[in-house]
Design a protein around this ligand. Structure first.
Ligand code: ZN
Length: 221
């Protein structure tokens, strides 16, 4: 998940009233995603593969400039798609899995540090997990426009909590034997472990890259 950062909320094709179970079509006309989808991948890639591999992969994605000047605003989702394509073609699946998961967790940590107000975090941590989950899912739905690009996002707040993305940007154009949208998995899991229940496990149970119609994430604790 990418943060909204300082970008203005798109006026068109965006619904901010997402509730669990409702479909949202975020930022359809804009196709933009928060910069965490670039900057946290850069951090995770550096930690896992080192500076040379990172420079090579960002160069192949046409995004070398972002290593010198990280994006501060929402980016064109095509840049995120290009970065993930370059990652897939340059790294073994297991390494790719770790990097994307780490990048997602780093994004979750960023959101907790800068975007989710402290009193809200305290409230969620003190509520029974099912109640906290419902509130967190509703908040994630309201902010889907910041991380889903042109994908359609939907969520269900009751156990098992579920997230679904149709036309997910993280795996667009990918073919994989197993679900590969680990960026979202890592981000959802970090947020749920911190705010809802520390034993939360998030699994992507179906993925367009594996031949499914949509990417589906199952959240359990
Ligand atoms: Zn997927």
């Amino acid at each position: 998940m990418a943060a909204a950062e300082h970008a203005a909320r798109p006026a068109a094709n965006t619904r901010g009233d997402a509730a669990p179970g409702r479909f949202v079509t975020p930022a359809k006309a804009h196709g933009r995603i928060g910069p965490n989808a670039i900057t946290r991948v850069a951090e995770a890639l550096l930690a896992e593969a080192g500076p040379a591999a990172r420079a090579e992969i960002f160069g192949r994605a046409g995004l070398a400039a972002y290593l010198h000047e990280p994006p501060q605003e929402m980016v064109d989702e095509r840049e995120v798609i290009a970065l993930h394509a370059a990652l897939r073609s340059g790294l073994p699946a297991e390494v790719l899995h770790r990097i994307n998961r780490d990048a997602g967790a780093r994004t979750g940590a960023y959101l907790l540090a800068h975007r989710i107000p402290r009193p809200v975090q305290v409230l969620l941590r003190h509520l029974p997990a099912p109640l906290a989950a419902g509130l967190l899912v509703a908040a994630i739905g309201r902010h889907a426009w910041t991380f889903a690009g042109t994908a359609c996002f939907s969520a269900r707040g009751r156990r098992p909590v579920e997230f679904t993305l149709v036309d997910c940007p993280m795996c667009r154009g990918a073919r994989s034997g197993e679900p590969c949208c680990d960026f979202y998995t890592g981000c959802f899991e970090h947020l749920f472990r911190t705010l809802v229940h520390r034993n939360t496990q998030v699994r992507e149970t179906s993925c367009v890259a594996s031949g499914d119609a949509r990417c589906h994430f199952d959240v359990r604790w």
